[in-house]
Design a protein around this ligand. Structure first.
Ligand code: AMP
Ligand code: ZN
Length: 459
């Protein structure tokens, strides 16, 4: 099913403006997102781009059709941080990367993120990287020196256009590594030599391993072609990583455009501060899940801030999200049918305005429109095949209290004095019980803050 009435607008970092998104080929919309370096559990910040681009993936599939979108996200499984972790722990590199990839996919699934269609690993694309590096040397954009191959930034006059910096600004502002084999301090490594104890592959420049940036250029080209639609990642990657990807790809494939639209999510903070190991506010997604914060709650909190703004993770927000979700799950549990409301799609189509989309959901809930709420929650990845365990009705038996309320109502019908019924309802609500009364009967449901002891006092 496609929804042709939806116009998607996206903020493009490259043009610094929000533009109508027109795919190169509506039959095959292509998106590449930079994935994690796999040596440790994903921290909460790493999950932000995953959730952001998962929403975009869902939206693109809704608009262009399930089979007309290709979403690729890589795993960086060759990197000096991985080598260091292996040396410190005495474990095999492949054992560490395999384990971390499994963890990553489990943790992201717990946040409701669907796996991308393609999840290439850098080590599977070494030959494509070597070929691309050779091509860049032949075209005069790269040079070999002392077992290294470097990209010559002066050979690409657009270098710096994405982040809006000149090469001179970069040299002044960046901590660039000055090395004797570099012609210009901004030149960056495409290939470097590996000693025998480090991962390495044979190449025309000796045994070595790739620099970080070349993998995304090689994999995006191999999987999506020389021109594709969207490239995403956190804004910490804009420079140098994305700038370098553009330079490599556009110089190797001058007939292509590489990515048409560049999208960057802002960073995640914790209680107003940057998340960092030294501030002691660093935690992984798994830490939160293990503490009992449900994945749906984490996802809801993420969605409540636009991806282009810094997002603050707070316990208060998590608590509020949980209460809202619990209320919504109770409603959708009774939904008989389901629709995907266009107003919510329109909010997402406006540069992924997830905060506005959630406002729509609040309005469906307050109108009692359980079909729209259910469809919207499913679309946003907040609802699966069944209610999450934490939101399923607890197996407490409230029938004694339901009978008590039903009897009070019956009596009130005769006496026309409803004060007893009102008092009971108030007591139930104070005990965290949701009261549903209709002509068919009385239903009591444990809700946020449910406290059995307050009920027992009525017996
Ligand atoms: P890394 O493994 O550090 O290369 O990061 C993987 C992805 O997580 C990249 O897209 C980063 O931009 C993103 N990322 C890292 N830290 C944060 C953060 N604090 N907030 C949002 N995104 C982040
Ligand atoms: Zn990348």
């Amino acid at each position: 099913m496609t929804s042709s009435q939806t116009v998607i607008k996206l903020h493009n970092t490259k043009t610094r403006s929000k533009q109508v998104f027109t795919p190169i080929d509506a039959q095959n919309v292509r998106m590449y997102v930079c994935g994690p370096t796999v040596y440790d559990r994903a921290h909460l910040g790493n999950a932000r781009p995953v959730v952001v681009f998962d929403i975009l993936n869902r939206l693109l599939r809704h608009v262009y059709g399930e089979t007309h979108v290709t979403y690729a996200r890589n795993f960086t499984d060759v990197d000096d941080k991985i080598n260091t972790r292996a040396a410190e722990s005495g474990r095999d590199i492949s054992e560490i990367t395999e384990e971390t990839i499994t963890w990553f996919l489990q943790d992201m699934a717990a946040l409701g993120a669907k796996d991308p269609d393609l999840m290439p690993r850098a080590t599977q694309y070494i030959s494509q990287m070597v070929a691309m590096i050779g091509d860049l040397i032949n075209k005069g954009h790269a040079y070999a020196a002392e077992g290294h191959v470097l990209f010559s930034v002066e050979s690409y006059k657009e270098y710096g256009a994405l982040s809006g910096r000149s090469v001179d600004d970069m040299i002044a502002g960046a901590r660039v590594e000055v090395a004797p084999y570099k012609r210009n301090p901004m030149d960056f490594v495409l290939w470097k030599p590996s000693s025998d104890d480090l991962p390495g592959w044979e190449s025309p420049w000796g045994r070595g391993r790739p620099g970080w940036h070349i993998e995304c250029s090689a994999m995006a080209h191999d999987l999506l072609g020389q021109s594709f639609d969207i490239h995403g990642g956190g804004n910490d990657l804009m420079f140098p990583h994305h700038e370098n990807e553009i330079a490599q790809s556009c110089c190797a494939h001058p007939d292509g455009t590489f990515a048409k639209v560049w999208m960057h999510n802002e960073m995640l903070q914790v209680e107003g501060k940057k998340m960092s190991k030294s501030l002691g506010n660093f935690f992984t997604v798994r830490d939160l899940l293990d503490k009992g914060v449900p994945g749906e709650v984490i996802r809801f909190v993420f969605l409540s801030t636009h991806y282009g703004k810094p997002m603050d993770w707070t316990e208060k927000k998590a608590g509020e999200a949980k209460a809202t979700l619990l209320k919504w799950y109770r409603m959708v549990d009774n939904a008989e049918d389901e629709t995907v409301p266009q107003a919510m799609i329109d909010a997402l189509a406006d540069d992924l305005n997830t905060a506005k989309a959630l406002t729509e959901l609040h309005s469906y809930a307050s109108k009692g429109d359980s079909a729209a709420l259910s469809g919207a929650m499913r679309f946003l990845g907040l609802l699966g095949d069944r209610l999450p365990d934490w939101a399923a009705k607890p197996s407490v038996d409230l029938s004694y209290f339901e009978n008590m309320l039903a009897a009070a109502r019956e009596k009130a019908m005769e006496t026309k004095d409803f004060s007893g019924v009102d008092d009971l309802k108030k007591t139930f609500m104070q005990a965290g019980v949701e009261v549903r009364m209709s002509k068919d009967g009385v239903e009591l449901l444990p809700a946020a803050g449910f406290d059995m002891t307050k009920l027992e006092a009525l017996k």
